[in-house]
Design a binder for this molecule. Structure first.
Ligand SMILES: *[C@@H]1O[C@H](CO)[C@@H](O)[C@H](O)[C@H]1NC(C)=O
Ligand SMILES: *[C@@H]1O[C@H](CO)[C@@H](O)[C@H](O)[C@H]1NC(C)=O
Length: 406
């Protein structure tokens, strides 16, 4: 079955708008309410989207998309999803989809950050030439503070910040800034998946990962300079998920091969291409309260930002340690299908950190079942550590999951 287009936009964050400056404070959250999206069936949850200006003088604003939990939203914690390329919130998807489960338990705010990504923008384009981790964290904090002004009933709600990949930089850095700035934000924890935590360990684990998954030959593995092994991987392998089929339209023209693959695909591997088409429809942008400012079209990866790539090498693994010590829960979850930031790197780093912090294992590594143990989803193993002194229960968790095509 072809997914409906509205499912694509649920995979995105955010929105915005200039309209908000024209409105008074009380009606802002009402104005950002989404009545319906083209193609979206009737839903039982409330959804909002819009812009939060993070620098009014420079006209820089981050777009957000906000979904309330379907049941009992007044008691659910708040989740902030930072810069996920695709936020898997679609209720139309595989019921075993983990993030869906997550969204039912939480209220989710997704943002596209920094400005220049997705519908987020800076009217002063010189901002794009100097974007880095520090500015991103600052803008994200301003976003959160201002978002709570617009949605005051969530102000004291428990907050969890999540993200994956490069959000291994963004999420811990934002959490650290919240702690350091003593902002009145009830931050409880962070969760990061296949995160970039420390450049050398993360990137040097790639060659072994793709070799161990049978994707390159022994000789390539032996000869490969660590970063180059992936060149032998064919176009039929997606580096962000080495087991899933790839979307061929973005690799080569649709061919007979695709027809064979399509029957098996339970996950829509072309969702990225479809998302781009959907979000570039004028009616969709209107429904989303989104505008294209300074760019001709919505893209999954920014064409305008020149990010300071030296920031890749800023380690955030020790930020996790500092967060644990200040009572923030940290969950690192790395799936075993991502060859860009493989779970082997995450595991090495988190295990090393746990040793350094003298955290003791409390729950042994184990298999993981979905749906009250009736369905084996594959394996997810969890290691939980408690740090007893200073007598507060500080929790640090590391779990891995191996999701199988069910
Ligand atoms: C645009 O931003 C740059 C760098 O942040 C700043 O130097 C410049 O004054 C800004 N331009 C305007 C018109 O505000
Ligand atoms: C961790 O385990 C060691 C060895 O069993 C024990 O000596 C130590 O007190 C434990 N540490 C904590 C924080 O519980």
């Amino acid at each position: 079955m072809q997914p409906q287009p509205w499912t694509f936009f649920l995979k995105i964050f955010a929105t915005i708008t200039l309209i908000q400056t024209l409105l008074n404070q009380h009606s802002i959250s009402e104005a950002s309410k989404i009545t319906s999206f083209p193609g979206q069936p009737k839903v039982k949850f409330q959804q909002y989207s819009g812009y939060i200006a993070v620098d009014e003088r420079q006209k820089r604003a981050l777009f957000y998309y906000f979904v309330e939990a379907e049941t009992d939203p007044s008691s659910k914690p708040l989740g902030l999803a930072v810069h996920l390329l695709e936020l898997e919130l679609s209720v139309n998807m595989d019921p075993l989809n983990q993030v869906e489960t997550f969204s039912l338990r939480m209220i989710i705010v997704g943002i596209k950050s920094p400005a220049g990504v997705g519908f987020s923008y800076s009217a002063n384009q010189s901002f794009y030439t100097e974007v880095n981790d520090e500015k991103t964290a600052q803008d994200n904090l301003v976003f959160l503070k201002k978002w709570f002004i617009q949605f005051p009933k969530y102000k004291n709600r428990e907050l969890f910040i999540t993200g994956e990949n490069y959000a291994g930089q963004y999420v811990p850095q934002l959490a650290q800034l919240i702690v350091q700035s003593k902002a009145h934000i009830n931050l409880k924890g962070i969760a990061i998946g296949n995160p970039l935590l420390e450049f050398d360990t993360d990137f040097n684990s790639r060659a072994e990962f793709i070799w161990s998954h049978g994707l390159i030959s022994d000789s390539t593995y032996e000869l490969a300079t660590k970063g180059e092994a992936s060149k032998e991987m064919s176009h039929y392998i997606g580096e962000y998920d080495v087991i899933l089929d790839v979307c061929l339209s973005s690799v080569l023209a649709r061919s007979a091969v695709l027809n064979k693959l399509e029957d098996r695909a339970k996950i829509d591997v072309c969702v990225e291409d479809e998302t781009v088409k959907y979000l570039n429809r004028k009616d969709v942008q209107k429904a989303f309260h989104a505008e294209l400012i300074g760019v001709r079209q919505w893209t999954g990866c920014s064409d305008v930002i020149e990010y300071d790539t030296r920031n890749l090498e800023i380690p955030t693994i020790h930020v996790l340690g500092a967060l644990v010590k200040s009572g923030i829960r940290v969950l690192v979850y790395s799936g075993d299908q991502d060859s860009v930031l493989p779970l082997t790197g995450s595991r090495t780093l988190v295990t090393g950190l746990a040793k350094e912090l003298k955290l003791n294992e409390t729950v042994p590594y184990r298999a993981w079942f979905l749906k009250e143990n009736r369905l084996l989803a594959g394996h997810r193993c969890m290691v939980t550590f408690y740090l007893m002194p200073p007598l507060k229960e500080l929790l640090m968790k590391l779990h891995f999951h191996i999701q199988r095509d069910l």
